[in-house]
Structure formats: structure tokens, C-alpha cells
Design a protein around this ligand. Structure first.
Ligand SMILES: Cc1ncc(COP(=O)(O)O)c(C=O)c1O
Length: 395
């Protein structure tokens, strides 16, 4: 595999994004669902990894669809020159349906209000809209209830006969796929099959039927249907500790979050540290200042607990995470200013992982990577040059 060396560290902090890892993860996920297409879910700035570079890397590794939540995200992909199929699913009244039609998006429809707006936009555009009808098979969030499904399917079929829409997909989303063996998984699959069956009997000929997210792609093969929609696993993060570690699935974390220690100083015993003095030094010690805070997405909830590798050792955040900085107690160890503080990454260098941070902040690893803020520059490594064939690049 050809590796490009990481660029020199910018002064304060960086989120290094390893696109070779992302490509390898896409290939590993495709191997788990070999008969299904793969939709790379790149919403929310690719879970904090950077939407456009990650979308390109996923496509280079064989993803054939991209998925976003909002139409604005999908339109931004088009504006960046990305072709192929892009689906977006979180629509609000008044959203840019017409632009979606003109940009060739596949647009989720969860209810009659949305069908009304999309057909009006199709009339204006003079072109049919590609729509994917979303069933609520038990998640209880977006999607059409089974009781309302016949009316939505009938209205969509009528719009299709009028040439206003093409129904390209039937789909749904799991509630508990990250809890192996949860009874709702099989129950949702049953409801999904029934709702698909009803639509097909009503004349819908979907190009794709899909329900699997990352945890289902990894652990529920009967959920793969025609397409799997993978987000978190593609970024090399485990959907849940119960399911396993990334390595258990041959996945490698894509993001490494690092900062440069901004100040090291000696303080006496009994010294309060950071707002509220929730940490007080037990003995004379050295403190290291890490210039990342909750404005950068470091959870304030990880105050006193978040792990950081500094000077070859795991240290815990001492006291509160502030807006722009936090402190670690170096226990008398001398570390130079400018030394690297590794918050999380693949773990190869002994650093914590996003899963470790999720535990420390009492949250899920999805939130840890996704919330890393815009002030932290993303530094892409192992990009494939445009003229280079991706398969040979990763050999
Ligand atoms: C509708 C939909 N599909 C797929 C995904 C991807 O889920 P995951 O990141 O677990 O793969 C999401 C993310 O939450 C989603 O909202």
C-alpha cells in the first residue's frame, strides 16, 4: 500500500483523516454485503471527517450511492462536482425540492405533505422527481406508519402514472440494530417485508429496497436487501461496544485528533485546576495545557475523565473542559511545549480511541467524532491522486 507521510502538525490542533483507512473500510463493508450496493452515508460533514473528500474516497472504493440527511448537504455534494446517485432523507416543508430534481437527487418521502411538495416541484421543473418512500417499521421517528402506507403508496403510484415521480426505492431504518439479538430487529424486518410487499402489489417497482445501517450491515445479513447504508463503520468506529471493536470487523479508525501542548508548568500541591477547581493537585506536579475545548467538540461532560496520550502516557483531563482548552496533570513528568497530545485515533501508538472517549463522556462514539468542530483543521492523508487508479494505489 502506498502511504503518503502525514504533513507537519499545524500549531494548535488537527484532525488527521486517513482516506486509505476509509477506502479499506468501504471494501471491508462491501465484502460483508457482497450482493448489495453500498451507500456511503456522508451526512453531518461525513460524521465530522469532511464530506467531500470522504465522499470521493468512498466512491473510489466502490460505494455507488451517497447518503445525506438534508437536501442542502446533497446539493453541496453536487456543487462540488460529485456525480452518481445521492439520496437525502430529512426534508422539511419549503425545502428545495425543485433544486433536488434538477440536481438528480433521490429524495425520501415519508408522508403525503412531502409527496404534495415534490409533485408540485416536478410540475414546475417539467421533469419527474426520483422519490424513495420511507416506511416506519418500528423506529418511531421519520417514515410513514403502516396504517398510512396504503394511502401514501397509492398517491405515489398515481403521481408516477402522471409522470411526476419515479419511485426508485422503498426503505426504512432500524431502532436497535446496535443491540445484537434485540427482538425489534426481526420485528422490523417482518414489517418491512410486508410494507414492501404491499407497495409492489400496488405496482411499485423499486430499484432498491434498503433498511441496513452499519450495525445491521455488520451483524444482520438478512437485512441487506439491495443496498446497505453505512455511516459510522465506514469511519472505522464501532456502532456499539456490544457489537465489538472496529478491529473485530476489520475496520480501522479514520480520524486521529491531536493537539500541541501549549504550556507546561510546575505547580505546588493543593493548586486548583480550571474553572470551579474540581481538580486540586495532590502534590507538587506539572500541568500540561491542551488547546482544545468544548468549542472544538471536546465534551464538557468528559471533564475529569477524558483520556489523552501525552509524553507516552495516558493522562486524564484534570478539572473542567473549558471552551478552548483543558489541562492534564503530567504527574511531574517533563514534557516540552509543542509536544503532541493525542486525544484519539486508531490506537496504534497507544493513544485512546473514540470508543474510550465515548465511555469517558457517557455517550456514543458517533457523537465523539461528529462533534469535532470547524475550528479544528482536517488534514487529509493517503488521498489518491486523481490520475491514479485507486486499486493500485492501495496495493
Ligand atoms: C436514515 C439513516 N440511514 C443510515 C444511517 C447510517 O447509520 P450508521 O452510522 O449506524 O451506519 C443513518 C445515520 O444515523 C441514518 O439516519
Amino acid at each position: 500500500m502506498s502511504q503518503t507521510p502525514p504533513p507537519p502538525a499545524p500549531p494548535r490542533a488537527r484532525a488527521e483523516i486517513d482516506l486509505a483507512a476509509l477506502r479499506a473500510n468501504v471494501r471491508a463493508l462491501r465484502a460483508r454485503a457482497p450482493r448489495s450496493a453500498l451507500m456511503a452515508v456522508v451526512k453531518s460533514d461525513a460524521y465530522g471527517h469532511g464530506m467531500v473528500p470522504c465522499a470521493r474516497a468512498a466512491l473510489a472504493a466502490g460505494a455507488t450511492w451517497l447518503g445525506t440527511a438534508t437536501p442542502h448537504e446533497a446539493l453541496a455534494l453536487r456543487a462540488a462536482g460529485i456525480g452518481g446517485r445521492i439520496m437525502c432523507w430529512l426534508w422539511t416543508p419549503g425545502d428545495p425540492w425543485r433544486e433536488g430534481i434538477e440536481a438528480d437527487l433521490d429524495m425520501a418521502v415519508s408522508g403525503l405533505w412531502a409527496l404534495k411538495e415534490v409533485t408540485a416541484a416536478a410540475r414546475q421543473a417539467g421533469a419527474p422527481a426520483r422519490v424513495q418512500l420511507k416506511a416506519d417499521t418500528g423506529l418511531g421517528r421519520n417514515g410513514c406508519q403502516p396504517a398510512d402506507w396504503p394511502a401514501l403508496v397509492a398517491a405515489a403510484r398515481a403521481a408516477e402514472d402522471e409522470g411526476l415521480v419515479e419511485i426508485t426505492g422503498l426503505w426504512s431504518h432500524f431502532a436497535c440494530a446496535d443491540e445484537p439479538g434485540h427482538p425489534s430487529i426481526a420485528a422490523q424486518l417482518d414489517v418491512f417485508r410486508d410494507m414492501v410487499d404491499h407497495a409492489e402489489k400496488a405496482g411499485v417497482e423499486p430499484e432498491v429496497r434498503h433498511i441496513a445501517n452499519s450495525p445491521a450491515t455488520l451483524s444482520v445479513p438478512e437485512s441487506h436487501f439491495d443496498l446497505v447504508r453505512t455511516g459510522i463503520a465506514m469511519y472505522g468506529v464501532s456502532p456499539s461496544p456490544e457489537l465489538g471493536t472496529p478491529a473485530d470487523f476489520g475496520l480501522r479508525p479514520v480520524m486521529t485528533l491531536a493537539a500541541s501542548v501549549a504550556l507546561v508548568k510546575q505547580v505546588p500541591a493543593g493548586h486548583g485546576v480550571s474553572y470551579g477547581h474540581h481538580y486540586v493537585t495532590g502534590a507538587e506536579t506539572t500541568l500540561g495545557l491542551v488547546p482544545l475545548g468544548y468549542a472544538d467538540g471536546i465534551p464538557r461532560h468528559a471533564s475529569g475523565r477524558g483520556p489523552v496520550l501525552v509524553g507516552g502516557q495516558w493522562r486524564r483531563i484534570a478539572g473542567r473542559v473549558a471552551m478552548d482548552q483543558f489541562v492534564v496533570d503530567l504527574g511531574g513528568q517533563t514534557v516540552e511545549e509543542g509536544a503532541e497530545a493525542l486525544l484519539f485515533g486508531p490506537g496504534d501508538r497507544g493513544e485512546p480511541t473514540a470508543e474510550d472517549w465515548a465511555r469517558a463522556a457517557d455517550t456514543i462514539a458517533y457523537e465523539i467524532v461528529t462533534r469535532i468542530g470547524a475550528r479544528v483543521p482536517r488534514v487529509y492523508v493517503n488521498e489518491v491522486p486523481e490520475e491514479c487508479d485507486e486499486r493500485t494505489a492501495d496495493e
